[in-house]
Design a protein around this ligand. Structure first.
Ligand code: MN
Length: 412
């Protein structure tokens, strides 16, 4: 296995522009939603594939030319892309960067770097939010796994792809066709080469996979789909895809990048969750405020209410309101007077028994009871000085219209 051309972007470096294609670190720290792997395979002496993992930019380049020249070509391609490609889904910018990579490889040959005839495929993608832009030259591929189904996004620039398209061979025959390794477009050979551009909207949960032909020539699409959909971790998915190609013979260099389009979705989900939490918080606060206001209001009502009732045949004064609400009582016994219900007017006594006489305060209730006492001729001392003072007035009022008084009380 070679990681010579394994170019990764390390987030810990805070966006450093330093590029090294000799990052042979073994474990590369990249975003959690990205997995990548490249392997020389069992047959080739060198790994001429290069890959670029620099979110939101990803690329797989499969070099050719022999005597390590393929490595040089694919390495130049990823370096130029890393330096020149836009950091957003700008198709025009990505296309220009790929064209610049092409010119750089041609220029390198003129400068004596690599070999005449060296070239490389280039499948470069920018995945940002729900937008995916791809530039395509050669036969490395981009696939999209959507809702468990694998779609090949890119169209190969190869002889067998042309033969399949023209109906001369079946897709199955393409796998073993003697011309299968001939590509019809590459970077480094023609200064006027143009990449095919693909722009599409993807959904949260979709998975982008870029690979060199070392994967898809060894592993059928249904098997690739199976591994991608059964392996949630993108790095494990990349590892398993490479392993599947090796298990199938590893006849070529194998390079895989798996990117889950979950970053933005997660961010959105977090936003939604935050919003929901905030809303719940506001609702709870409002409910607590309403309950508190109700409790305070109720407390005020209870402490400003009194009514008359019966205890052992005598008139009793209660603080609060009669009856109960949801099984709870909101009254307490204040005092039991010495006035017998049997001694007062039957209509008033009936209303007292049914707790129908209410007052604004304990004091009002006491005044009423004092009035009854005087009506009955009881000469017991009044409960307080106020009542004694107004005894004469009360007597006059009670003697002729006790029911008027009680009705007044009842309206409160
Ligand atoms: Mn290859």
């Amino acid at each position: 296995m070679s990681e010579f051309n394994h170019l990764t972007y390390d987030h810990e470096q805070g966006g450093s522009q330093t590029i090294s294609s000799r990052l042979n670190l073994g474990v590369s720290r990249t975003a959690k939603n990205v997995g990548s792997k490249t392997d020389v395979g069992y047959v080739r002496e060198h790994n001429e594939d290069s890959l670029l993992v620099r979110p939101p930019l990803f690329a797989v380049c499969d070099g050719m030319g022999g005597h390590k020249a393929g490595e040089v070509a694919s390495d130049i391609a990823v370096r130029v892309l890393a330096a020149r490609a836009p950091r957003e889904t700008d198709a025009k910018g990505l296309k220009l960067a790929v064209e610049e990579a092409n010119v750089s490889i041609i220029h390198a040959v003129h400068e004596g770097e690599g070999r005449e005839g060296m070239g490389t495929t280039c499948t470069a993608a920018i995945l940002e939010d729900e937008r995916l832009t791809i530039a395509q030259v050669g036969d490395s591929r981009a696939y999209l796994l959507h809702a468990g189904a694998l779609q090949q996004i890119t169209r190969d620039h190869s002889l067998v792809a042309d033969l399949v398209d023209s109906g001369e061979i079946t897709p199955q025959e393409a796998y073993n066709h003697p011309w299968r390794s001939y590509i019809t477009r590459a970077l480094g050979l023609d200064p006027r080469v143009e990449p095919d551009m693909y722009e599409l909207n993807i959904h949260s949960g979709d998975r982008l996979m870029l690979c060199s032909d070392g994967l898809y020539s060894m592993v059928r699409d249904d098997k690739i789909a199976d591994i991608l959909s059964r392996t949630p971790d993108p790095q494990k998915a990349a590892d398993r895809l490479v392993k599947a190609a090796l298990d199938a013979g590893g006849a070529d260099n194998i390079t895989v990048i798996v990117v889950d389009a979950t970053v933005i979705s997660e961010r959105k989900m977090k936003k939604v969750t935050r919003k929901a939490k905030l809303t719940a918080g506001i609702i709870i606060t409002a409910l607590v405020a309403i309950l508190l206001a109700a409790a305070i209001g109720f407390n005020v009502l209870v402490s400003n209410s009194a009514y008359l009732g019966e205890v052992d045949g005598r008139v009793a004064i209660y603080q609060g309101i009669p009856g109960d609400i949801a099984g709870m009582s909101f009254s307490r016994l204040d005092e039991v007077s010495d006035v017998n219900l049997d001694d007062i007017q039957p209509g008033t006594a009936r209303r007292i028994r049914s707790e129908d006489i209410r007052c604004d305060s304990i004091q009002d209730a006491r005044n009423l009871v004092n009035g009854y006492r005087q009506d009955t001729g009881n000469q017991h001392p009044a409960a307080d000085a106020d009542n004694t003072d107004s005894e004469a007035d009360n007597t006059a009022a009670r003697s002729d219209a006790p029911d008027v008084d009680t009705e007044e009380g009842g309206d409160v």
